[in-house]
Write a protein that binds this ligand. Structure first.
Ligand code: HPA
Length: 234
Protein backbone atom coordinates (compact mmCIF):
# COMPACT_ATOMS: atom_id res chain seq x y z
CA UNK A 1 0.00 0.00 0.00
CA UNK A 2 1.15 3.52 -0.78
CA UNK A 3 -0.39 6.91 -0.06
CA UNK A 4 -2.44 6.84 -3.25
CA UNK A 5 -2.60 3.15 -4.22
CA UNK A 6 -4.29 0.61 -1.97
CA UNK A 7 -2.95 -2.53 -3.70
CA UNK A 8 -0.71 -4.92 -1.81
CA UNK A 9 2.79 -5.47 -3.18
CA UNK A 10 2.47 -8.23 -5.74
CA UNK A 11 -1.01 -7.12 -6.81
CA UNK A 12 0.45 -4.73 -9.42
CA UNK A 13 1.88 -6.33 -12.57
CA UNK A 14 5.24 -5.32 -14.10
CA UNK A 15 3.26 -4.01 -17.10
CA UNK A 16 0.80 -1.19 -16.43
CA UNK A 17 -1.58 0.44 -18.91
CA UNK A 18 -2.67 3.90 -17.84
CA UNK A 19 -5.79 5.64 -19.12
CA UNK A 20 -6.50 9.06 -17.62
CA UNK A 21 -10.07 8.08 -16.78
CA UNK A 22 -10.56 5.46 -14.03
CA UNK A 23 -13.84 4.30 -15.61
CA UNK A 24 -11.94 3.54 -18.79
CA UNK A 25 -9.55 1.47 -16.70
CA UNK A 26 -12.55 -0.57 -15.56
CA UNK A 27 -13.96 -0.88 -19.09
CA UNK A 28 -10.59 -1.96 -20.52
CA UNK A 29 -9.99 -4.48 -17.74
CA UNK A 30 -13.48 -5.98 -18.10
CA UNK A 31 -13.24 -6.05 -21.90
CA UNK A 32 -9.67 -7.26 -22.51
CA UNK A 33 -8.37 -9.00 -19.40
CA UNK A 34 -9.18 -12.42 -17.98
CA UNK A 35 -9.87 -12.66 -14.25
CA UNK A 36 -9.63 -8.88 -13.74
CA UNK A 37 -9.56 -8.00 -10.04
CA UNK A 38 -10.00 -4.54 -8.58
CA UNK A 39 -6.69 -3.74 -6.86
CA UNK A 40 -7.07 -0.03 -6.17
CA UNK A 41 -9.96 2.32 -5.48
CA UNK A 42 -8.23 4.94 -3.34
CA UNK A 43 -9.73 8.33 -4.32
CA UNK A 44 -11.78 6.50 -6.98
CA UNK A 45 -8.67 6.10 -9.16
CA UNK A 46 -9.53 2.54 -10.13
CA UNK A 47 -6.87 -0.04 -10.91
CA UNK A 48 -7.36 -3.65 -12.03
CA UNK A 49 -5.01 -6.58 -12.49
CA UNK A 50 -5.74 -9.55 -14.72
CA UNK A 51 -4.18 -11.50 -17.55
CA UNK A 52 -3.98 -11.03 -21.29
CA UNK A 53 -2.79 -14.01 -23.37
CA UNK A 54 -1.31 -15.43 -20.18
CA UNK A 55 0.59 -12.23 -19.27
CA UNK A 56 -0.24 -10.40 -16.03
CA UNK A 57 -1.29 -6.80 -16.66
CA UNK A 58 -2.48 -3.92 -14.49
CA UNK A 59 -4.72 -1.17 -15.86
CA UNK A 60 -4.53 1.82 -13.53
CA UNK A 61 -6.10 5.27 -14.00
CA UNK A 62 -3.65 8.19 -13.94
CA UNK A 63 -6.08 11.08 -13.58
CA UNK A 64 -5.81 14.15 -15.77
CA UNK A 65 -2.63 16.20 -16.08
CA UNK A 66 1.01 15.62 -15.23
CA UNK A 67 0.82 16.34 -11.48
CA UNK A 68 -1.76 13.55 -11.08
CA UNK A 69 0.02 11.10 -13.38
CA UNK A 70 3.31 11.83 -11.61
CA UNK A 71 1.92 10.64 -8.27
CA UNK A 72 0.72 7.31 -9.68
CA UNK A 73 3.78 6.67 -11.83
CA UNK A 74 6.19 7.47 -9.00
CA UNK A 75 4.41 5.03 -6.70
CA UNK A 76 4.00 2.35 -9.40
CA UNK A 77 7.72 2.47 -10.17
CA UNK A 78 9.21 3.07 -6.72
CA UNK A 79 6.88 0.97 -4.58
CA UNK A 80 5.52 -1.65 -6.96
CA UNK A 81 8.52 -1.97 -9.32
CA UNK A 82 6.47 -1.39 -12.51
CA UNK A 83 8.72 -1.92 -15.54
CA UNK A 84 6.59 -1.02 -18.56
CA UNK A 85 4.10 1.85 -18.42
CA UNK A 86 1.91 2.67 -21.39
CA UNK A 87 -0.43 5.63 -21.43
CA UNK A 88 -3.62 5.03 -23.40
CA UNK A 89 -5.51 8.26 -23.85
CA UNK A 90 -7.03 10.88 -26.05
CA UNK A 91 -5.49 13.97 -27.60
CA UNK A 92 -6.43 16.98 -29.66
CA UNK A 93 -5.17 16.89 -33.25
CA UNK A 94 -2.95 19.80 -34.32
CA UNK A 95 -1.98 19.04 -37.94
CA UNK A 96 -4.30 18.99 -40.96
CA UNK A 97 -3.34 15.38 -41.81
CA UNK A 98 -4.24 14.25 -38.27
CA UNK A 99 -7.91 13.28 -38.36
CA UNK A 100 -10.46 12.31 -35.71
CA UNK A 101 -10.00 8.64 -34.58
CA UNK A 102 -6.42 8.52 -35.89
CA UNK A 103 -3.79 6.95 -33.66
CA UNK A 104 -0.73 8.93 -32.60
CA UNK A 105 2.34 7.20 -31.16
CA UNK A 106 4.27 9.87 -29.27
CA UNK A 107 7.97 9.62 -30.09
CA UNK A 108 8.67 12.63 -27.87
CA UNK A 109 6.70 15.29 -26.04
CA UNK A 110 7.30 19.03 -25.71
CA UNK A 111 6.16 20.93 -22.64
CA UNK A 112 6.31 24.28 -20.93
CA UNK A 113 7.08 22.35 -17.74
CA UNK A 114 6.46 19.06 -15.99
CA UNK A 115 6.49 18.22 -12.27
CA UNK A 116 10.13 17.21 -12.93
CA UNK A 117 11.16 20.52 -14.50
CA UNK A 118 12.65 21.83 -11.25
CA UNK A 119 15.57 19.41 -11.52
CA UNK A 120 16.47 20.48 -15.05
CA UNK A 121 16.60 24.25 -14.40
CA UNK A 122 17.72 25.93 -17.62
CA UNK A 123 17.94 22.65 -19.56
CA UNK A 124 15.20 21.80 -22.06
CA UNK A 125 15.11 18.06 -21.47
CA UNK A 126 13.60 16.07 -24.37
CA UNK A 127 11.46 13.20 -23.02
CA UNK A 128 11.37 10.23 -25.40
CA UNK A 129 9.38 7.03 -25.78
CA UNK A 130 11.02 3.64 -25.35
CA UNK A 131 12.20 2.61 -28.80
CA UNK A 132 11.30 -1.07 -28.46
CA UNK A 133 7.74 -0.26 -27.34
CA UNK A 134 7.38 2.32 -30.10
CA UNK A 135 8.57 -0.13 -32.75
CA UNK A 136 6.27 -2.84 -31.40
CA UNK A 137 3.33 -0.43 -31.37
CA UNK A 138 3.95 0.52 -35.00
CA UNK A 139 3.94 -3.19 -35.88
CA UNK A 140 0.74 -3.74 -33.85
CA UNK A 141 -0.94 -0.89 -35.75
CA UNK A 142 0.17 -2.32 -39.08
CA UNK A 143 -1.23 -5.74 -38.13
CA UNK A 144 -4.60 -4.01 -37.63
CA UNK A 145 -4.27 -2.05 -40.91
CA UNK A 146 -4.01 1.17 -38.92
CA UNK A 147 -1.51 3.80 -40.10
CA UNK A 148 -0.38 5.62 -36.98
CA UNK A 149 1.10 9.11 -36.90
CA UNK A 150 4.49 8.81 -35.20
CA UNK A 151 6.20 11.98 -33.98
CA UNK A 152 6.22 14.76 -31.44
CA UNK A 153 3.27 15.78 -29.30
CA UNK A 154 2.65 18.55 -26.76
CA UNK A 155 1.92 17.78 -23.10
CA UNK A 156 0.06 20.86 -21.90
CA UNK A 157 -0.78 21.87 -18.34
CA UNK A 158 -4.12 23.30 -19.39
CA UNK A 159 -7.11 22.04 -21.32
CA UNK A 160 -8.55 25.55 -21.66
CA UNK A 161 -5.57 27.08 -23.35
CA UNK A 162 -5.08 30.86 -23.47
CA UNK A 163 -1.93 30.72 -25.64
CA UNK A 164 -3.05 30.34 -29.28
CA UNK A 165 0.31 31.82 -30.33
CA UNK A 166 2.12 28.88 -28.75
CA UNK A 167 -0.16 26.36 -30.44
CA UNK A 168 0.55 28.09 -33.74
CA UNK A 169 4.29 27.67 -33.24
CA UNK A 170 3.85 24.02 -32.39
CA UNK A 171 1.76 23.41 -35.49
CA UNK A 172 4.49 25.18 -37.50
CA UNK A 173 7.07 22.85 -35.94
CA UNK A 174 5.25 19.63 -36.75
CA UNK A 175 3.68 18.78 -33.38
CA UNK A 176 0.95 16.24 -34.06
CA UNK A 177 -1.39 16.63 -31.10
CA UNK A 178 -1.93 17.86 -27.57
CA UNK A 179 -2.65 15.97 -24.37
CA UNK A 180 -1.66 16.49 -20.75
CA UNK A 181 0.42 13.56 -19.43
CA UNK A 182 3.04 11.94 -21.70
CA UNK A 183 6.05 14.20 -21.04
CA UNK A 184 6.12 13.45 -17.32
CA UNK A 185 5.54 9.73 -17.93
CA UNK A 186 8.55 9.61 -20.28
CA UNK A 187 10.70 11.65 -17.90
CA UNK A 188 9.98 9.41 -14.91
CA UNK A 189 10.52 6.24 -16.96
CA UNK A 190 13.91 7.58 -18.09
CA UNK A 191 14.89 8.49 -14.52
CA UNK A 192 14.19 4.99 -13.25
CA UNK A 193 15.28 3.04 -16.33
CA UNK A 194 11.78 1.81 -17.21
CA UNK A 195 9.97 1.55 -20.55
CA UNK A 196 7.22 4.01 -21.45
CA UNK A 197 5.02 4.88 -24.41
CA UNK A 198 1.91 6.97 -25.05
CA UNK A 199 -0.64 5.58 -27.50
CA UNK A 200 -3.23 8.26 -28.25
CA UNK A 201 -6.49 8.56 -30.16
CA UNK A 202 -7.44 11.87 -31.69
CA UNK A 203 -10.71 12.78 -29.94
CA UNK A 204 -10.95 16.40 -31.11
CA UNK A 205 -9.18 18.81 -33.42
CA UNK A 206 -7.89 22.20 -32.38
CA UNK A 207 -8.17 23.68 -35.85
CA UNK A 208 -11.53 22.38 -37.02
CA UNK A 209 -13.22 22.19 -33.60
CA UNK A 210 -14.62 18.71 -34.46
CA UNK A 211 -14.97 16.19 -31.62
CA UNK A 212 -15.70 12.45 -31.53
CA UNK A 213 -19.15 11.39 -30.35
CA UNK A 214 -18.93 9.32 -27.19
CA UNK A 215 -19.94 5.99 -28.80
CA UNK A 216 -17.00 6.29 -31.22
CA UNK A 217 -14.63 6.93 -28.35
CA UNK A 218 -15.17 3.43 -27.00
CA UNK A 219 -14.22 1.70 -30.26
CA UNK A 220 -11.12 3.87 -30.74
CA UNK A 221 -10.21 3.30 -27.11
CA UNK A 222 -10.44 -0.48 -27.66
CA UNK A 223 -7.96 -0.28 -30.55
CA UNK A 224 -5.53 1.58 -28.29
CA UNK A 225 -5.77 -1.03 -25.54
CA UNK A 226 -5.01 -3.81 -28.03
CA UNK A 227 -2.09 -1.88 -29.56
CA UNK A 228 -0.65 -1.20 -26.11
CA UNK A 229 -0.98 -4.85 -25.04
CA UNK A 230 0.62 -6.09 -28.27
CA UNK A 231 3.44 -3.57 -27.90
CA UNK A 232 4.14 -4.58 -24.31
CA UNK A 233 4.29 -8.32 -24.96
CA UNK A 234 5.85 -8.61 -28.42
N1 HPA B 1 -6.13 19.63 -25.09
C1 HPA B 1 -5.51 19.01 -24.08
N2 HPA B 1 -5.70 17.74 -23.82
C2 HPA B 1 -6.54 17.04 -24.60
C3 HPA B 1 -7.21 17.62 -25.66
C4 HPA B 1 -6.98 18.99 -25.92
O1 HPA B 1 -7.55 19.57 -26.86
N3 HPA B 1 -8.00 16.68 -26.23
C5 HPA B 1 -7.80 15.54 -25.54
N4 HPA B 1 -6.92 15.75 -24.55
Amino acid sequence: MTIHIGAEKGQIAPTVLMPGDPYRARWAAETFLDDAQLVNETRGMLGFTGTWNGHTVTIQGSGMGMPSLSIYVNELIRDYDAQTLIRIGSCGGMQPQVKLRDIILAMTSSTLSTPSSGIFRELNYAPVADWELLRNAVAACEAKSISPHVGGIYSSDVFYDERPDLNKEMVRHGILGVEMEAAELYTLAARYGRRALAVLTVSDHLDTGEALPSEDREKSFGDMVEIALQAAFT
